[in-house]
Design a protein around this ligand. Structure first.
Ligand SMILES: O=c1nc2n(C[C@H](O)[C@H](O)[C@H](O)CO)c3cc(O)ccc3cc-2c(=O)[nH]1
Length: 318
């Protein structure tokens, strides 16, 4: 079975571990969000691609869900000693090597998709990881601080500001001119199932869908598209999805996120058991809905969730 998954960072990566366990024979293609990418110290950092690669490749810092395990920060400390910032983004020595290899290959003319394939040759994530686009897309957030409105890079909003200031708009800069990376549209067209994991619906999955052609390809794929709510009991399970949902005028509820994707895109939606009351509302929107446990507390839980998603996909297909 061929499965395509649109993935962002931590939630998407952890779900993918469950999906691999639930469908060990499946051919899984991950379309990764690159809107979180940031250029620091002359290097291109791809947080969501790296989180998928490190998590599935066994190198991720488990508690954080991003960055490498067993990290040291000598380079970061030396940069700070030179007064070279920013200091708020925690890049470790091991992680720096990934960004050096990536930036070196891009400098040599390789597209991000080829670079990602090369990095994955080492990590063997057990899925095909494609960036959503080889073109540069960087999400910026219109925030209000000290009474003035300004656009800041998503990472500054997320990491330095801790999403603690009102976000008035979320803009994937460059998305409108970006093309899907090689293989993305082909993978969607060849898929038997398409899955939206519990990633951030605005800055992760929303950014992938903002690349012209991707949303249309999914809507026309003619196969079940099922998603898992990242919102449980009106709050994000992890991260701060509610902050960016507000910025795009979407209520922080499991039903509102399903409606945000829309029945033109989504055929099935899994909500957590605490949101069982939302099932009828989602079904009224034309999206098949079931309430199952969605707290991805460990691999077994993620595996059960993945199994539920594939079961719902078969129900929808029938
Ligand atoms: O909260 C943080 N998240 C950090 N993240 C996570 C990152 O902001 C998020 O994973 C995504 O951008 C959102 O999914 C990093 C990810 C990387 O790949 C590399 C470095 C970092 C550093 C931080 C950090 O210092 N603090």
């Amino acid at each position: 079975m061929r499965i395509v998954v649109l993935a962002g960072g931590i939630g998407g990566a952890r779900f993918l571990r469950g999906l691999k366990a639930a469908a060990p024979e499946a051919e899984i293609t991950v379309v990764g969000n690159t809107g979180d990418d940031i250029h620091l110290f002359g290097l291109k950092v791809c947080p969501d691609l790296d989180t998928v690669m490190y998590t599935l490749g066994g190198g991720v810092h488990e508690e954080q869900g991003w960055g490498r395990a067993d990290e040291t920060f000598a380079v970061k400390e030396e940069l700070a000693a030179y007064g070279v910032g920013p200091e708020w983004f925690g890049l470790g020595d091991r992680d720096f090597a990934t960004h050096i290899v990536r930036t070196q290959m891009i400098g040599a003319g390789y597209p991000l998709s080829a670079v990602t394939e090369a990095l994955c040759a080492r990590w063997q994530p057990g899925v095909r990881l494609l960036p959503m686009s080889d073109d540069r897309v960087e999400t910026h957030v219109l925030v209000e601080t000290d009474g003035e409105r300004k656009a800041v890079h998503f990472q500054e909003y997320w990491v330095r500001l801790r999403a603690a200031v009102p976000a008035h708009a979320v803009v994937p800069v460059g998305a409108e001119a970006a093309k899907p990376a090689p293989g993305v549209l082909e993978a969607i067209a060849a898929a038997d199932v398409i899955v939206f994991p519990p990633s951030n619906p605005v800055v992760s999955i929303g950014t992938i869908l903002a690349v012209p052609g991707i949303r249309e390809a999914i809507a026309e794929a003619g196969v079940p598209v099922v998603g898992l709510s990242p919102i449980v009991g009106d709050a994000p399970v992890r991260g701060m999805a509610d902050k960016v949902l507000a910025a795009v005028g979407v209520e922080s509820t499991a039903a509102a996120v399903a409606a945000h994707y829309g029945s033109g895109l989504l055929d099935g939606w899994l909500v957590d058991t605490v949101d069982a009351g939302a099932v009828a509302e989602v079904e009224e929107a034309g999206i098949r809905c079931r309430a199952v446990p969605l707290l991805m507390s460990d691999l077994a839980a993620a595996t059960r969730m993945a199994r539920e998603a594939l079961t719902l996909a078969e129900e929808v297909r029938a």
